[in-house]
Design a protein around this ligand. Structure first.
Ligand code: FES
Ligand SMILES: [Fe+2]
Length: 375
């Protein structure tokens, strides 16, 4: 059963240091720093990949990225969830080019090398012509570490990474308190939005709602944004939220189906997990899972991927309202982030003061980023 999330009021700012002094426009526009991030952030972090419910049967797969690393997640014959670097060991073509599907083997579309669902190389066409082939050829695809939390699949490209459990903890307890059925999460809809900004601009934008009352009039009808959202910082994650305007909505004659639903159900709970996952639990057990993905080649571009998993008691009309509202919010955020990126390129951005009660998420994220890239 879903329980009401924390009663909302502006809470004391978490005990965080001020913004790291090294933060500057360079963080968001510099190719050298992006190369460092590929190694130290996306090369080492546990990253959300997708849902086990996307691959219920042996041979089912989906592709995704862990930062710059192309990944294929596949259900093996044993039922195990495997993840591999989706790069062919022959000449580097992506082995699987579809977003999802089902196959008995993973065959590269370039020269036809074929890998098993366990990643092992099974067939390399014409390899019998080279008596030395098996001595020289690779064993198979590079495996990634995989962990699941409910239906959520996390992968890590670093074979020596600390276990996922080291990053787990209180934020997960917080999510579970809502009563959400994590095993039952299913993707109903997905969206992909291109942002003309560095991925960190997108993360920072999503971590604060200081701008919401100015920029998101539709959202302001749903949530009470007159005060700061409440925010709790954990070591590698945070939880936050704002109250639904339930009384206001109930007084309206023309409240939409989703607003009516939200007025009768617990407030949404937002969580952010290092480095780029936003997992929001919505009224009645639905969830919105979003990642801010860096473009592998362009430091000034990113992709915001969203999966909607609706609660069973949300009817079609409410679902349509829900997606329209949150798509609208993203379309309002896109030009904000693009504008910030242009500001960073101007040569005249000297980081201004952050509001400790309104923007604690940015302080937390940038402090963590600073620490990780310096390690
Ligand atoms: S690159 Fe995959 S078979 Fe050649
Ligand atoms: Fe926004």
């Amino acid at each position: 059963m879903a329980v009401e999330t924390r009663p909302v009021a502006a809470t004391a700012a978490p005990a965080l240091e001020p913004l790291p002094p090294s933060r500057s426009a360079r963080w968001y526009i510099d190719d050298e720093l992006w190369a460092l991030e590929r190694d130290r952030v996306f090369g080492r972090a546990w990253q959300y990949a997708g849902l086990t419910t996307q691959i219920p049967n042996a041979g089912d797969y989906f592709t995704c990225r862990a930062g710059h690393v192309p990944v294929v997640v596949v259900r093996a014959e044993t039922g195990q969830v495997n993840a591999f670097v989706n790069v062919c060991r022959h000449r580097g073509h992506e082995v699987v080019t579809d977003a999802s599907g089902s196959r008995k083997t993973l065959q590269c579309r370039y020269h036809g090398w074929t890998y098993g669902l366990d990643g092992k190389l099974r067939v390399a066409r014409r390899s019998e012509q080279d008596p030395d082939f098996h001595r020289r050829c690779p064993d198979g695809l590079f495996p990634l570490q995989v962990e699941t939390w409910g239906a959520l699949v996390f992968v890590n490209p670093d074979p020596g990474a600390r276990p996922f459990a080291d990053y787990a903890g209180e934020w997960q307890e917080r999510v579970l308190q809502t009563g959400i059925d994590l095993d039952g999460l299913r993707e109903h809809e997905r969206r992909a939005f291109v942002f003309e900004s560095n991925w960190k601009v997108l993360v920072e934008n999503t971590l604060e709602c200081y701008h919401c009352a100015v920029c998101h009039p539709g959202l302001a009808q749903l949530r009470d944004l007159r005060e700061d959202v409440w925010y709790e910082a954990y070591e590698y994650a945070s939880a936050y939220g704002a109250p639904t305007r339930k009384d206001d909505i109930k007084r309206r004659d023309n409240a939409s189906p989703f607003f009516q639903h939200a007025a009768e159900t617990p407030d949404a709970l937002g969580t952010w997990v290092w480095p780029n996952l936003f997992f929001t639990v919505f009224p009645g057990g639905g969830a919105m899972i979003a990642t801010a993905q860096p473009d592998p080649f362009d430091v000034g571009r990113s992709l915001y991927l969203r999966q909607y998993s609706f609660a069973d008691d949300m009817d079609e009309a409410a679902r349509a309202d829900f997606t329209a509202l949150f798509d609208q919010v993203v379309s309002e955020d896109q030009p904000l982030c693009a504008s910030v990126q242009r500001g960073f390129h101007s040569g005249f951005y000297d980081p201004g003061p952050l509001m400790p009660r309104s923007e604690p998420g940015i302080i937390q994220f940038t402090t963590l980023f600073d620490r990780v890239v310096r390690d």
